[in-house]
Design a binder for this molecule. Structure first.
Ligand SMILES: *Cc1c(COP(=O)(O)O)cnc(C)c1O
Length: 365
């Protein structure tokens, strides 16, 4: 479905670090943080060990804790909700818009309570959430925003990059994302004070640049290595090309894929999708499963795109959700959704082949 690609320059950047003797959170991590700041126009950046760690630290830095509430979409990768549980807070799920797979912004305000300490919109699959209404609510109720931009590096909303809207925004560098360090995460913000907390918490609670070291928090080890940072810095050269390439491939899907049993994702005017995943919805659960099976028989391996989180065992058992009733769109996206093959190195022929296969697929209602 997807395969990370590293060119010779990416690989030699890693090898150079391995030879240098400076392996962890050194000059290459600083260099990556500077590149990210310059590229996306934010003033602060902290690289950390993965995208989940970065969301976790953001919640902690905002002081979100026991019995606080955090608004999250009901359809996302499960880490979005797990980090809320990890700080002792309660994820308050909001259903999605089935056309975009993003949180239904018209349903957010009704879930705000005096306990709401954060709104965490997810730019699902690389499409920015309709941020204007979320920003309005944030202002009206004085609630900070953490963008889960794990999939959305380089995506734009009304001319602005994902990651530039919230108090914090988190990117993931997992191999399923557009640029990767194997494991890695990036947290950006425009607050020196908030970022200072992140830099302290990611490194055992050591106050940054303190000599002798001052241990001012019970922190984590959420550091990124220098060889991982160098690998990502090197891929930053290609980011624009990667995004352009994926957008070209996606056009083939839009042109060729049958539209009778498949609904293609909707991209609102003013949004630039980063196409971390090309996710479609089949007309029902049985057809989705049959299509997945049929593709597998033909050597095309596809998978679900994300979870209906309230339907997952931990959340269902803890909060007794009835997802079909409470989050019908998230349930549908999960039970009828499919992520089709797409990555930087996918060829036109491969997409054509997948489209032809799908268009020949026979099913019994
Ligand atoms: C990938 C992803 C994460 C987690 O990132 P990791 O780097 O794998 O920890 C969180 N949220 C979303 C929406 C993701 O897609």
């Amino acid at each position: 479905m997807s395969k990370p690609y590293l060119d010779e320059e990416d690989i030699s950047a890693v090898v150079d670090v391995l030879k240098s003797g400076n392996l962890v959170q050194g000059s290459k991590v600083l260099e990556l943080e500077t590149k990210i700041k310059d590229r996306f126009g934010v003033t602060q950046c902290s690289a950390v060990s993965n995208g989940t760690a970065s969301l976790h630290l953001a919640l902690l830095a905002l002081g979100v804790g026991k019995d606080d509430e955090v608004i999250v979409p009901a359809f996302s990768y499960i880490a979005t909700a797990n980090v809320v549980e990890l700080v002792g807070a309660i994820p308050v799920f909001v259903d999605i818009d089935l056309a975009t797979f993003n949180i239904d912004v018209s349903k957010v305000e009704q879930r705000i309570t005096p306990k709401t300490k954060c709104i965490m919109p997810v730019h699902e699959f690389g499409l920015c959430v309709d941020m204007d209404p979320i920003l309005e609510l944030s202002k009206k109720y004085n609630i900070p925003i953490i963008e889960d931009a794990a999939c959305a590096v380089g995506a734009k909303y009304k001319g602005n990059y994902s990651g530039t809207f919230g108090e914090f925004a988190s990117f993931s560098l997992h191999p399923r994302k557009s640029i990767t360090s194997g494991e890695g995460g990036i947290l950006v913000s425009n607050s020196i004070e908030l970022d200072y907390k992140i830099k302290t918490l990611r490194n055992h609670g050591i106050e940054p640049n303190s000599i002798p070291m001052k241990f001012v928090e019970a922190g984590f080890n959420y550091r990124l290595t220098d060889f991982q940072a160098a690998m990502v810095s090197s891929q930053m050269r290609r980011l624009e090309a990667i995004l352009t390439r994926k957008a070209e491939l996606v056009k083939i899907y839009y042109n060729l894929l049958r539209k009778d049993i498949i609904t293609l994702p909707f991209v609102p005017i003013g949004s630039e999708h980063s196409w971390q995943t090309f996710h479609v919805v089949l007309s029902n659960h049985a057809i989705r499963n049959a299509l997945q099976e049929y593709l597998k028989k033909n050597q095309v391996f596809v998978n679900y795109g994300a979870q209906c989180i309230p339907e997952m065992d931990f959340y269902k058992n803890k909060y007794h959700f009835d997802s079909q009733q409470d989050f019908p769109n998230a349930y549908k996206a999960y039970s009828c959704g499919l992520a089709l093959p797409l990555c930087e190195t996918t060829t036109e022929d491969e997409i054509n082949f997948v489209c032809e296969l799908i268009n020949k697929f026979q099913y019994a209602e």
